[in-house]
Design a protein around this ligand. Structure first.
Ligand code: GLC
Ligand code: CA
Length: 534
């Protein structure tokens, strides 16, 4: 397996919200091309681009109607190649989004598949007869309702784990697997460096289960087949979007000898602050658990795998709003979270705008939301009659994926410089939270991230050193990273109170990183320190 992932620092771009260059209110590839020097300046060396393929846009591009093209609103295949060249000439690798659990219902395969029961594409999808005149089983879809949609024309149901415009592919069919391997080779032959693999542990279904879960019986076999036919020959990097794994299951997908995926995301800490993981049901954040979970994954993957370090993406509200203190300590808590997470062993993933320490925008009404998950959840919760409209809006504000999807604030001009037209989703421009302002401010979150990534690159203990949690009590944590006789201590105060330093605190080391200017009087609210000792 390729090893370059150990040096990767990944920046996720959600193309629809990055930069619009033709005034239609939708970000485009030209916008990304124009910002390549900015991206490079962050200290990242890899970009993960969320889907930019043709799509009817039911789930913002995660419903693909043509796997080999570029959506007209984003640009052309020529522009895509220009973007790829522009990245490569700056030493940046590109990961595309691989969405192969499902296609759009407007994909040609599905258009054919639903035509008749004996269409050659019928078995590209999962069709079942009604059972007692109803759905074949009780599986529910992630975006609400049954996971089965009845199709009048042929009298059968098709499976969709997401929206009904996202029919699930039938991976049991070898033709489907071959089509996907060919498609992967098409992009890799063009020079793409790898893929982020959307909900990849859902591709093998287990119909003996009462609920639609991941990790079906043939998952490993299917992934190994893709590895052999496409990924390995190109030395492509893959990172799987895999919800609900244990570290042992993650190792089974990523261990060196497995020949499946390079890495998997783990999101367990992102379920905190939510009752039972329900994103629309807030509860106070358990900060000790936050650190303990991360430490558990560091330990669990240390032998034979490499963790992914993530706290934001296009499916999550902003980390500052969820875990930090947006009111009183926006800079300190945003930088503390970065120092805490990215001091660990693994590949940092940051999501556009995270480098500015953005917090969630304020949504005034339901009309301001665009996300299908949010709109469906609102309707479903409203139908229960349990909440007032105001309470429902508060829930959406807390959990909506649109919180992380509002356009990038580039400067203090109209719409933050994102577009000269009407943005597809509202913008929110707050003083101090734009790229232009933070560029000028040495004490900005942006410049803190740059320094942090620079340090990770230059100090081996931070790159691949051994991890050890020394302390995690009373909102203060201390862990170390050690390699080549050098130990870096990462000390964080995860609270708005001043705290004493714990006894394991190193005395006499060199301060590499500090989100305060102080040389003593530690630990200030949300203070974070990286201290190097020999
Ligand atoms: C993943 C994506 C999410 C999408 C879903 C269905 O979770 O990150 O945005 O809605 O898969 O493709
Ligand atoms: Ca545009």
């Amino acid at each position: 397996m390729e090893q370059w992932h150990k040096e990767a620092v990944v920046y996720q771009i959600y193309p629809k919200s990055y930069l619009d260059t033709n005034g239609d209110g939708i970000g485009d590839l030209r916008g990304i091309i124009n910002k390549l020097d900015y991206i490079k300046s962050l200290g990242v060396n890899t970009v993960w681009l969320s889907p930019c393929y043709p799509s009817p846009g039911d789930d913002n591009g995660y419903d693909i109607s043509d796997y080999r093209g570029i959506a007209a609103e984003y640009g052309t295949l020529e522009e895509f190649k220009e973007l790829l060249d522009g990245m490569h000439s700056r030493g940046i690798r590109l990961l595309m989004d691989l969405v192969v659990n499902h296609t759009s219902d407007e994909h040609q395969w599905f258009v054919e598949s639903r035509k008749s029961r004996d269409n050659p594409y019928r078995d590209y999808y999962i069709w079942r007869d009604p059972v007692d005149g109803k759905e074949p089983n009780g599986w529910t879809a992630a975006f609400g309702g049954s996971a089965w949609e009845y199709d009048e024309a042929t009298g059968q149901y098709y499976l969709h784990l997401f929206s009904k415009k996202q029919p699930d592919l039938n991976w049991e069919n070898p033709k489907v697997r071959q089509e996907i391997a060919d498609m992967i080779n098409y992009w890799l032959d063009m020079g793409v460096d790898g893929f982020r693999c959307d909900v990849i542990n859902n591709i093998s279904k287990d119909f003996t289960r009462p609920y639609a879960g991941g990790n079906g019986p043939r998952l490993h076999e299917f992934l190994h087949e893709l590895h052999v036919k496409a990924l390995e020959p190109h030395k492509a990097l893959t990172v799987g979007e895999t919800w609900g794994l244990t570290p042992a299951q993650a190792l089974d997908l990523t261990g060196e000898a497995r020949g499946e995926l390079t890495m998997t995301f783990q999101f367990e800490h992102l379920l905190l602050g939510r009752v039972g993981g329900d994103k629309f049901d807030p509860e106070p954040l358990d900060k000790k658990a936050f650190v303990d979970i991360l430490a558990k994954w560091e330990e669990g993957l240390k032998e034979d795998s490499y963790p992914v370090l993530v706290m934001e993406n296009h499916d999550q509200p902003r980390a500052l709003s969820r875990f930090g203190d947006r009111e009183n300590y926006p800079y300190e808590s945003a930088t503390m979270l970065a120092a805490l997470l990215y001091g660990m062993r693994g590949v940092p993933f940051i999501y556009q705008g995270q480098e500015l320490g953005l917090h969630d925008p304020t949504f005034q009404s339901l009309e301001e939301y665009r996300d299908i998950e949010t709109l469906n959840a609102y309707a479903e919760l409203k139908a229960t009659g349990k909440w007032t409209d105001e309470e429902l809006l508060a829930k959406m504000q807390y959990g909506s994926r649109d919180c992380g999807r509002v356009p990038m604030p580039w400067n203090t001009e109209k719409e933050g410089g994102f577009t000269t037209g009407t943005p597809w989703l509202k913008t929110q421009i707050d003083p101090g939270f734009t790229v232009a302002e933070q560029e000028e401010d040495p004490k900005s979150v942006l410049n803190f991230y740059r320094k942090l990534f620079e340090l990770r690159k230059s100090i081996p203990a931070l790159a691949d050193g051994e991890f050890k949690l020394l302390w995690n009590e009373d909102d203060v944590s201390v862990y170390t990273r050690t390699a080549e006789g050098v130990t870096v201590y990462v000390v964080c105060n995860f609270s708005a109170e001043k705290k004493d330093i714990p006894s394991c605190f190193p005395h006499g080391g060199a301060i590499l990183l500090n989100n305060y200017d102080n040389e003593k009087e530690w630990l200030q609210p949300y203070q974070a320190l990286w201290i190097k000792t020999r």
